[in-house]
Ligand binder design. Structure first.
Ligand code: 8X3
Length: 242
């Protein structure tokens, strides 16, 4: 599919784009002139978003090798990859965690980032003037550890290692890690608490929170830097979490 060459040529792929930080990032990049390929599992939401921003919707499950390979086959140019798909499940002490939750968190946050990066790296390396850029969505959970967070903390620490390894191994592509703190999105805590809306809302009620748009603005700014500049790491927190 030669989707990327229809507009001004610059093509961004955003995973986990059907809601939250992914959706907001896709909107911000499109407003900045990028052609955005919005990739996630929920096709209907993606198609509505793609229509809204003049982008392209591609169904993607980052835990599925076949689905990830199919994404790459549909693209002939990628200048920017935003590895945003991921999330948390559960907030139990390590002794009580479910191994299936660990597996899900590693499969999405860690291996999902690796899978999509591996298949799109050749296209990113071919971006003009070595301008190819990968933005990995990390978290403050990748730096700190909190009670009940062991699996998510370990997964996000893993994302940070991926960002660092890529940065030293591949100088043809730039690698940025964005590490948000408390961001009030529709789904992050709802997923973590397995649909318990009251418990999810309590994470943000009475707190000063960032919005998905705050993080999207950082994505837009990082992506707008000239090719010789690499923003290594950026941590974003609401003022009261700092
Ligand atoms: C989400 C931030 O503090 O819930 O990545 O782990 S936190």
């Amino acid at each position: 599919m030669s989707i990327a060459t229809n507009g001004n040529g610059r093509c961004a792929v955003v995973t986990g784009a059907s809601s939250g930080i992914g959706e907001a990032s896709a909107r911000a990049l499109a407003a900045d002139g990028w052609h955005v390929v919005v990739a996630a599992r929920r096709r209907e939401r993606l198609e509505a978003l793609a229509a809204d921003i003049g982008g392209t919707a591609v169904e993607l499950d980052v835990t599925d090798d076949v689905s990830v390979a199919a994404l790459a086959q549909q693209l002939d140019r990628v200048d920017l990859l935003v590895n945003n798909a991921g999330g948390a499940k559960g907030l139990e002490p390590l002794a009580e965690t479910d191994i299936a939750d660990w597996q899900w968190m590693f499969d999405t946050n860690v291996l999902g980032t690796v899978r999509v990066t591996q298949v799109l790296l050749p296209l990113l390396e071919a971006a003009p003037d070595n301008s190819g850029l990968i933005i990995n969505m990390g978290s403050v959970a990748g730096w700190d550890v909190y009670a009940g967070g062991s699996a998510y903390n370990a997964a996000k620490h893993g994302v940070r290692v991926i960002s660092r390894a890529l940065r030293i191994e591949n100088h043809n592509v730039r690698v940025t890690e964005l590490d948000p703190g408390r961001v009030a999105t529709e789904e992050f805590s709802l997923n973590r608490f397995r649909g318990d809306a009251q418990r999810a809302a309590a994470v943000y009620d009475g707190e000063l929170n960032l919005s998905a748009e705050d993080i999207a603005e950082a994505v837009r700014w990082v992506a707008a830097q000239p090719a010789h500049v690499n923003i290594d790491v950026m941590t974003l927190k609401p003022r009261t979490q700092a």
